[in-house]
Ligand binder design. Structure first.
Ligand SMILES: C[S@@+](CC[C@H](N)C(=O)[O-])C[C@H]1O[C@@H](n2cnc3c(N)ncnc32)[C@H](O)[C@@H]1O
Length: 353
């Protein structure tokens, strides 16, 4: 048993089953043994790979997207470029390099990183030493005196969820109990989530942490001006279904098996984020494939391949991996939130819904 599993098991023996939300929060964020507190989980030697790690094109196109939004804001002299859960700092490094195509934009950018993991903060510091970013534990300490460009790739899926199970015409909150030495799901007390209709035994998931974060982000965008790009896997409409999953060494693992040793994520409910972010305006959701195609990823891949012929195959493969419907293109979605009067930014169409 891992040290965190032993701690959680003792807690359950002492005080009874704990909500799934608490199990997930501890598994990812326990100050000593939480998954993100102890390691860099990205890349071939880790547990999973993300879009910025697949290709530099991802961060570059996001950097250029930010440049267009900066122009529509009237080219302010200062702008915050904030990223939540920046991993190894790769997306930010690629975005800043692309931003340098417009020197006045690059000069206006103040980079800010929201990161709770000491291990990943160290990676980001190495990667972004020239950019002098400012780190934050949370959104609240970001400055409020300049417009905000906010990016989050695979951040919201790591925020803890509550799970509810349909029983006898009502809902019960799901908990984690002990069955001998092993963790097991158990029905908890009656609850009344705002859930769509569901059949007996179905699961409904909701992330209060994600909704609260989106609400604070939405208020900031409305007050400071700016836009946010939230990229993640998930669904466009609030729906029933169990999506909590564990990934370890690039393979699915049992969700409750090894808290602190596997990545735990849940699909993002984009409808819930968009609703929570009012008064910011939420644009119709785009798939990652459509968004990147509209930003010209295929042209960028061709140019890169011409400049580096020895890498042409791997550049094209990376491009397909990001946009192909059978890979990340459809499962991953992009939600843009903007301050109310901002014109439609690139990558989105009013009729995508
Ligand atoms: C799946 S990784 C994604 C990393 C990066 N965005 C990428 O695409 O490669 C999740 C990131 O969110 C961070 N994170 C997780 N929970 C967090 C929280 N509550 N507050 C801030 N950062 C968090 C992790 O440390 C990590 O940097």
């Amino acid at each position: 048993m891992s040290p965190l599993a032993a701690l959680l098991a003792q807690r359950i023996r002492d005080s009874g089953p704990i909500p799934v939300e608490e199990f997930m929060a501890q598994a990812l964020g326990h100050p000593q043994y939480g998954y993100y507190r102890t390691r860099d989980p990205l890349g071939a030697a880790g547990d999973f790979i993300t879009a910025p790690e697949i290709s530099q094109m991802f961060g570059e196109l996001i950097g250029l997207w930010c440049a267009v939004v900066w122009q529509s804001l009237g080219e302010p002299r200062r702008i915050l470029l904030a990223e939540a859960g920046p991993g190894r700092g790769t997306l930010m490094a690629d975005a800043l390099r692309a931003a340098a195509q417009l020197p006045a934009f690059r000069a206006a950018i103040e980079p800010h990183l929201l990161e709770t993991s000491p291990a990943l903060r160290a990676c980001q510091a190495r990667r972004l030493s020239d950019a002098a970013p400012v780190w934050h534990q949370d959104l609240d300490s970001l400055p409020a005196d300049a417009p905000l460009l906010f990016i989050a790739n695979e951040f919201f899926d790591a925020l803890p969820i509550r799970q509810f199970v349909r029983r006898g015409g009502g809902w019960r909150e799901r908990r984690v109990a002990l069955n001998g030495e092993a963790f097991a799901f158990a029905d908890g007390p009656a609850a009344s989530p705002e859930a769509p209709p569901a059949a007996e035994g179905e699961i409904f998931e909701h992330s209060p942490a994600a909704a609260a974060f989106a609400a604070r982000l939405g208020r900031r965008l409305a007050a400071q001006g700016g836009a946010a790009l939230i990229i993640d896997y998930g669904h466009g409409e609030t729906a029933v279904g169990e999506t909590l999953q564990a990934v370890r060494r690039h393979a699915y693992a049992p969700v409750l098996e090894a808290p602190g040793e596997a990545d735990l994520t849940a699909h993002v409910d984009f409808a819930a984020l968009a609703a929570a972010a009012a008064p910011a305006q939420a644009l119709p959701l785009a798939t990652q494939g459509r968004f990147l195609r509209r930003l010209g990823i295929e042209l960028r891949a061709e140019r890169l391949a011409r400049a580096r012929p020895e890498q042409a195959d791997s550049i094209q493969r990376a491009c397909q991996r990001l946009i192909d419907a059978a890979e990340m293109g459809t499962l991953f979605k992009v939600l843009a939130l903007t301050s109310p009067s901002l014109p439609l930014p690139p990558g989105f169409a009013p009729d995508d819904a």
